[in-house]
Design a protein around this ligand. Structure first.
Ligand SMILES: Cc1cc2nc3c(=O)[nH]c(=O)nc-3n(C[C@H](O)[C@H](O)[C@H](O)COP(=O)(O)OP(=O)(O)OC[C@H]3O[C@@H](n4cnc5c(N)ncnc54)[C@H](O)[C@@H]3O)c2cc1C
Length: 298
């Protein structure tokens, strides 16, 4: 209750307070901080994917700036060989302004990344962008193999989408989905979303397509492991994925110790506010936990 209140009041709080609360979810504001976090995670046995925070840009200049930041990031990660796996949001590249613009910018990033041996995953945003994102993925993937995208288990359409992509041995991250979608197109019930999630993971694994199992939900972690065991899937056909800062490190370490790959999503950049607000709304307990730590001296 107290934590929910904190999240409700968050828009009124000074930014430095939000920043303090959300520190655990972001690697910092610049590439160097992100690389430090990735190196630490690597030392702990985790893989990483880096994301430059930002979405829904409102001008071509902002989209161009985002494209250039990603091109620079590719140069950086290929140099230090730490995090050769990058995630990006299509609306950060202007998809909300013009599909042609976003296609051009994302194609430039994917081309440079593939030449540098860097994998790109196109994140999935809200439903107005689903078709365009999947079309973009399909078009680019025929040219650039080091490319993946994301399917959200709450969408009714997802099993059909997964079947098509699995049939061509595409590379998908499966997540529950984080945006608010209507009951006409998306499951609202937690158990229905879970059931669909496991169906999607199974479809990918049965087809021999590579899948990123992105969840912190113990039921889905257990369910996915069961499918992997039952089907005797080799560990190079899947990976588990989690967001930086979500307090399930013990469970993740247990997975790596048993030979499963685990990748942490490491966001960084100056646009930390929107991302952190979403994370805190998802789990208000974190706000209380961090605030409590402020008053405890170690
Ligand atoms: C690597 C990765 C990439 C993602 N990419 C996308 C994407 O491209 N598009 C998209 O729509 N969504 C994306 N998501 C978000 C995803 O759709 C879910 O909203 C999010 O993962 C929460 O769902 P869950 O499966 O963890 O289950 P939940 O039931 O939400 O959570 C399970 C448990 O984890 C805890 N938990 C969950 N989130 C947090 C948190 N932020 N802080 C602390 N505890 C938490 C919960 O309290 C609960 O105990 C991504 C998630 C991950 C892990």
């Amino acid at each position: 209750m107290f934590n929910k209140l904190i999240v409700t009041l968050m828009p009124l709080a000074p930014k430095f307070i939000v920043k303090m609360i959300s520190k655990r979810y972001i690697a910092g504001e610049d590439t160097a901080s992100a690389m430090v976090t990735c190196q630490k995670l690597k030392d702990q046995g985790f893989l990483t994917t880096v994301d430059i925070l930002g979405e829904s840009v409102t001008s071509n200049e902002q989209a161009l700036e985002a494209r250039d930041s990603y091109l620079d990031l590719i140069t950086e990660v290929s140099k230090n060989n730490i995090a050769k796996n990058i995630s990006l949001k299509p609306t950060a590249m202007g998809l909300g302004l013009s599909a042609d613009l976003a296609n051009e910018y994302i194609a430039a990033i994917v081309k440079k990344a593939n030449e540098a041996g860097v994998f790109i995953r196109i994140d999935m945003e809200d439903s107005p962008y689903t078709d365009q994102t999947l079309e973009m993925y399909d078009r680019l993937r025929s040219q650039y193999p080091q490319l993946g995208t994301v399917i959200q288990a709450y969408m009714h359409r997802s099993l059909d989408d997964v079947k098509q992509i699995a049939a061509t041995k595409g590379n998908l991250r499966i997540c529950k989905g984080i945006y608010k979608e209507s009951p006409q197109i998306a499951y609202q019930d937690a158990d229905e979303i879970r059931q669909n999630y496991l169906k999607l993971v199974k479809e990918m694994l049965v087809s021999g397509a590579y899948v990123g199992i992105a969840t912190h939900d113990p039921v889905l972690l257990d369910g996915s492991l069961q499918i992997i065991n039952d089907l005797k899937i080799s560990p190079d056909k899947y990976e588990f994925q989690a967001l930086l800062g979500v307090p399930i490190v013990k469970r993740l370490e247990e997975l790596t110790s048993k030979g499963h790959r685990v990748r942490i999503y490491v966001p960084f950049g100056s646009e930390w506010y929107a991302y952190s607000s979403r994370r805190l709304k998802e789990n208000p307990d974190v706000a209380g936990y961090v605030l409590k730590n402020l008053f405890v001296t170690n």
